[in-house]
Ligand binder design. Structure first.
Ligand code: GLA
Length: 380
């Protein structure tokens, strides 16, 4: 059944509008957003759609097509819903909007999300951005998408306790079909980079590892790079780790605990790989782009230590496949997806062979999606 009809069944009238925000894949520049560097995500056609209608109350009624419970959120008490299993992202967004002085009106919301949960493709950012946009538009505000992304990131930091950077929400809001977004996370300046992959596509492979402590390990890495920056600030006037040249890092190696040095080396070398990847895409050198994906994965595996055996198994199986030009984990890591550049003609064999190797090695299957790069926020 169509989303509008489902909305009518749940809430007794057709919605006024349907909006959507995208999931994202990060092509390269991993664990760089909170270090003040450049990242290269793209918005996906996997997205969160929300149908919305004003309800003339001071409450949000929040439902999902695949869930029975309806979360009811009092707009005068948006701070009270932190523990909700369903509805906490929406409450967090409403809470940030209220604090920032946005007008809020009561409304009914029905969500239909095709971004798989826990896959590292930013389903939470898609829910947040779709919610913020729907609430703004329903209250008669045409919001600035970047301001909205920042607000949604703050909701995730303050309400949901995840100390994430800006990349996911920015891509979810500002992504553009057929393009990656080169985002400078220090300035929020963004450039659309045409993604002409010719005879190749991006294949997302979800390792399907059950959720485990991603948030605490993520926050631990953030602490480690803060330590690295503090140590390197004795060597120069740096306001972010992404500004530190590799030569300066290497000169200071003996003053740094080995783990902290390796974390910093990932950040500094990954920033250089982002620049090289943009050049490779610009000149159509897909082989070079693929090699940079591989190097990024190795750095995340050996220096940043956020891959784990499941993502390594997927990446290694992809590297060994003749149709694959490059492959790396994408997102926070510890689970979730890899992104692989694969020749179109070889995709079925790639999925078959990588899937079989993964199953044999890990004991449960991976899932595969051919990525379509789409717009961020859309009004249907
Ligand atoms: C998660 C966070 C992002 C970013 C990535 C790693 O997706 O939400 O802000 O830090 O991890 O690149």
């Amino acid at each position: 059944m169509q989303l509008k009809q489902q909305f009518q069944q749940r809430f007794g009238a057709l919605p006024q509008a349907v909006y959507s925000a995208a999931g994202r894949v990060n092509l390269i520049g991993e664990h760089i957003d909170y270090c003040g560097g450049c990242v290269l995500p793209a918005a996906l056609s996997l997205k969160c759609r929300v149908a919305v209608r004003k309800n003339s109350t001071r409450f949000l009624r929040v439902a999902a097509t695949d869930l029975d419970p309806v979360a009811v959120i009092d707009l005068e008490a948006t701070g009270n819903y932190r523990g909700l299993a369903w509805g906490n992202y929406q409450a967090g967004v409403a809470d940030e909007m209220r604090k920032a002085g946005y007008p809020l009106v009561g409304c009914d919301l029905l969500y239909d999300c095709t971004v798989p949960f826990g896959a590292g493709l930013s389903s939470s950012a898609a829910i947040e951005v779709a919610t913020a946009y729907a609430l703004c538009r329903t209250a008669g505000v045409e919001p600035d998408k970047t301001a909205l992304a920042v607000l949604c990131k703050q909701a995730e930091n303050n309400y949901c306790g995840v100390n994430c950077g800006i990349m996911d929400q920015f891509a979810s809001a500002n992504g553009k079909a057929g393009h990656a977004v080169l985002l400078n996370c220090a300035t929020l300046e963004a450039r659309e980079i045409p993604l002409d992959l010719r005879d190749c596509v991006l294949v997302l492979s979800n390792c399907n590892k059950p959720h485990n402590l991603i948030e605490s390990k993520y926050n631990e890495r953030r602490g480690e790079v803060e330590t690295a920056l503090a140590l390197l600030q004795t060597a120069g006037d740096y306001s972010a780790l992404a500004e530190v040249p590799l030569s300066v890092l290497e000169q200071n190696k003996q003053h740094m605990p080995p783990v902290i040095f390796r974390r910093a080396r990932h950040v500094v070398t990954e920033c250089a790989r982002v620049e090289a990847a943009v050049r490779a895409l610009g000149s159509g050198d897909l082989a070079a782009f693929g090699q940079l994906l591989n190097a990024s994965h190795r750095s995340l595996r050996d220096d940043y230590e956020v891959t784990g055996r499941e993502l390594d198994a997927l990446a290694e199986a992809a590297w060994a496949h003749p149709a694959c030009l490059g492959s790396r984990m994408t997102g926070a890591g510890f689970g979730g997806c890899t992104v692989s550049l694969v020749r179109k003609a070889g995709v079925p064999a790639f999925i078959g062979e990588v899937g079989a190797k993964y199953l044999a090695e890990i004991g449960y299957p991976a899932s595969f999606y051919v990525a379509e790069v789409a717009d961020g926020i859309v009004e249907e």
